[in-house]
Ligand binder design. Structure first.
Ligand SMILES: Cc1cc2nc3c(=O)[nH]c(=O)nc-3n(C[C@H](O)[C@H](O)[C@H](O)COP(=O)(O)OP(=O)(O)OC[C@H]3O[C@@H](n4cnc5c(N)ncnc54)[C@H](O)[C@@H]3O)c2cc1C
Length: 389
């Protein structure tokens, strides 16, 4: 029966990086995963280029029951620390926008880097392994799998969240946490497109524009995309993390502009301009047409009353969107909620009630914004645990 200092459950970004950090400190480490390949999510991340960190990562860019929890790990392993590792491995990278760092080539390079780090740290990967049972013993933990039993002094729970089941996501981490009596924060899909009721749908799939969206007290200025089922794009994905069912979002389709004033100026000019034409100079043409007909807006600018001008401006600057739902875990980039941070040490990620059990990455109730923040949490929490094992 294999006996190791550390057994890591889950060979995603957090599990692999934690294995490398602990292995380099001289610990014997085995990583178990039911998938036959490690890091599947890394390979599909960032459109295949992996947005591996964000230079602006700080506690404010994460949702969590305790907004301060992530501070310690994030400050002890920063985006610049991870970037230095990427550069040591000769991986070319670029900043796309807003501090988002991507591989120039492919996410495969980033996974290869993590695997090389594990090899250098003598950490073993036992893939295609189904975990049946985990129990505490006097000396640590015993783990029963379809490939035999393991004994480990410490275990690290790095099995991620519920997003994208076809590539291996399960609720294993949550079940194990509950088995050990750890409190959970309710989970829900996050960074996920909204769906709309059939009567609210627009025939605008593919139309995109910059907007400002407010939801749950937080505002994002990003691009919005109309889809066949509803709405997507970075603005919607960001807002979805703050959205609760039944709650409206407020969207400004012309941020930083003053549509009412533009209409007044056009009216005063005396020119016989139509509203669809005026809007088409400011918004995508198809959207302008749909907006005018959907909101039953009079077409001739010179006929508009002040009351109508105010109403039209409100339709564009303060669109009250009521999503019917989200596309769910099938397309969500992350899972909001998870193991309650109050159960863990923010320094070591160790469960207070279960000495020797550490929880890292997405399985914990720390959810990052879109833009490399979730990987930075995976690296930082893995480093915090790996340094303490
Ligand atoms: C399409 C997509 C694109 C994304 N792009 C980005 C991006 O560009 N930047 C960014 O910061 N974040 C991105 N994310 C989010 C990011 O990928 C995750 O937050 C991050 O990978 C979480 O790492 P993790 O190691 O905690 O979990 P995971 O990467 O999910 O790893 C968990 C591992 O545990 C294994 N596992 C699960 N259940 C079991 C079980 N029962 N037994 C054994 N093993 C099990 C899984 O097979 C998996 O290998 C993206 C997510 C998706 C879905």
């Amino acid at each position: 029966m294999p006996v190791t200092d550390v057994l890591i459950l889950g060979a995603g970004g957090a599990g692999l990086f934690c294995a490398a950090v602990a292995g380099k400190r001289g610990k014997s480490v085995v990583v178990l995963d039911h998938n036959d390949k490690p890091g599947k999510k890394i390979l599909i991340s960032g459109g295949g280029r992996c947005n591996f960190t964000n230079l602006g990562a700080c506690a404010e860019t994460y949702l969590s029951g305790n907004p301060h929890f992530a501070k310690s790990a994030l400050s002890r392993y920063t985006p610049h620390d991870f970037l230095a590792l990427v550069e040591r491995h000769g991986i070319a990278w670029h900043e796309k926008k807003l501090g988002q760092l991507f591989c120039d080539g492919s996410a495969k390079e980033l996974l290869a880097m993590l695997l090389a780090e594990c090899t250098a740290a003598h950490a073993e990967l036992h893939l295609g392994t189904t975990i049946h049972d985990v129990q505490r013993t006097e000396s640590g933990f015993s783990i029963a799998t379809d490939k035999g039993d393991y004994q480990a002094g410490k275990i690290v729970l790095a099995t991620g969240g519920l997003s994208i089941p076809p590539i291996g996501a399960t609720d294993f981490g949550y079940r194990l946490a509950r088995q050990f009596g750890l409190e959970m924060v309710a989970t829900q899909p996050a960074l996920v497109p909204f769906t709309l009721a059939p009567s609210d749908l627009f025939d605008l799939a593919g139309v995109a524009l910059d907007c400002e969206i407010s939801c749950g007290g937080t505002t994002f200025a990003e691009a919005l995309l109309f889809t066949h089922k509803g709405l997507s794009g970075p603005a919607i994905l960001q807002a979805s993390s703050y959205w609760d069912a039944g709650q409206p979002c407020l969207i400004d389709l012309l941020p930083g502009d003053d549509l009412a004033e533009r209409i007044r100026v056009a009216k005063r000019s005396g020119a016989k301009q139509t509203l669809p034409n005026l809007l088409a100079d400011l918004l995508p043409k198809r959207l302008a047409q749909v907006w005018v007909s959907r909101h039953r807006i009079p077409e001739q600018v010179h006929h508009l009353t002040e009351h109508e001008i105010e109403r039209i401006a409100a339709c564009v600057h303060r669109w009250q969107l009521l999503p019917a739902g989200t596309e769910g875990y099938r397309t969500a980039e992350v899972t909001r909620g998870g193991i309650a941070t109050g159960e863990l040490s923010s320094k070591t990620m160790e469960a207070r009630k279960v000495p020797g059990l550490h929880c890292i990455g997405e399985v914990v109730d720390v959810t990052g914004w879109l833009g490399g923040y979730n990987f930075q949490w995976a690296w930082a929490s893995a480093h915090a645990a790996g340094s303490a094992l």
